[in-house]
Design a protein around this ligand. Structure first.
Ligand SMILES: NC(=O)c1ccc[n+]([C@@H]2O[C@H](COP(=O)([O-])OP(=O)(O)OC[C@H]3O[C@@H](n4cnc5c(N)ncnc54)[C@H](O)[C@@H]3O)[C@@H](O)[C@H]2O)c1
Length: 261
């Protein structure tokens, strides 16, 4: 019997690339997203190019009952849940997500409901289903900004950091039930099809900041997330793994003892 993977935020970007990766790896896919046109497009691409089945369920992960319906529908259709990828995030909050003094509490509330509680609720309802069929694997998509201080994005970074801790909690509590849980922390990741490229000036600054020749794209993140979700990663749990071209590994300033060139 094929495995089943639920991917929230699978309509575009990293979630879509991950859904396609998991389908190529032989899993049936259930996408939960508010962008139904994008989600249906992901389903079509999976059905057209792989041997896996896929369906999309309109799901606002900020609404717990909708997440419950997503899980229940997946079980009704495919009889099991083996993988949960918590990738959905309300990125529309970012332009008004500044510092703790200047950010409206409504931004904290919505970021909490979607980006953190959405993952909590997904785990809450998916884990009992995984236990019934002998285990599973959860990957939470966090961010490089959860690892360091950032002058802006206080709500986004704080709640991604909460997600990092959720991962550890699940890993130690449910490990003996054969459930693994890991976090990936992407740095700047461009869309595969370049439709959501950030402004050129931002790309240029990030290219300067990473250690790699190029910036990452969604399929790079999908390779890591897919591997962690698969049985090949059976001894990896509770980890936070960066995929950021070394962005978070460099010293913040450089001083040469050789003196000026
Ligand atoms: N791309 C990056 O540079 C980057 C960096 C760090 C972290 N991330 C994280 O990666 C994940 C994917 O981001 P992306 O860059 O691929 O962006 P994206 O906008 O392509 O994907 C986000 C997805 O979440 C969906 N979504 C938004 N609100 C939702 C809701 N309430 N319920 C269900 N679905 C909802 C969107 O429709 C979209 O399909 C996010 O968790 C994001 O925080 C991305």
């Amino acid at each position: 019997m094929k495995k089943t993977a639920i991917v929230t935020g699978g309509a575009t970007g990293i979630g879509r690339a991950t859904a396609e990766w998991l389908a190529r790896d032989g899993m049936n896919i259930v996408i939960g997203d508010i962008n139904m046109a994008g989600a249906e497009d992901t389903v079509k691409s999976i059905v057209d190019t792989t041997d896996s089945d896929a369906l999309a369920i309109r799901t606002d992960v900020g609404e717990p009952q909708e997440v419950k319906r997503l899980i229940d529908t997946a079980v009704d259709r495919f009889e099991r849940i083996d993988v949960l990828i918590n990738c959905a995030a309300d990125l529309s909050q970012l332009p008004t997500d500044m510092d703790v003094v200047g950010t409206d509490l409504a931004v904290f509330d919505r970021t909490y409901q979607v980006n953190f509680r959405g993952a909590v609720v997904g785990c809450k309802y998916a884990i009992p289903e995984m236990v019934k069929t002998g285990g599973g694997s959860i990957v939470n998509v966090s961010s490089a900004t959860s690892l360091q201080g950032d002058k802006e994005r206080v709500a986004y970074s704080s709640l991604k950091a909460a997600t990092n801790q959720l991962t550890r909690s699940i890993a130690v509590r449910f490990g003996k039930d054969n459930i693994r849980c890991n976090t990936v922390c992407p740095g700047l990741i461009l869309n595969n099809d370049a439709t959501l490229h950030p402004p050129e000036v931002m790309k240029a600054e990030f290219l300067e900041a990473v250690a790699t020749p190029e910036l990452g794209i969604s399929s790079n993140a999908a390779e890591l997330i897919g591997f962690l979700a698969s049985d090949r990663a059976q001894y990896i749990t509770g980890e936070l793994i960066s995929i950021d071209g070394g962005f978070t590994k460099r010293v913040p300033y450089y001083f040469s003892l050789k003196g000026p060139e």
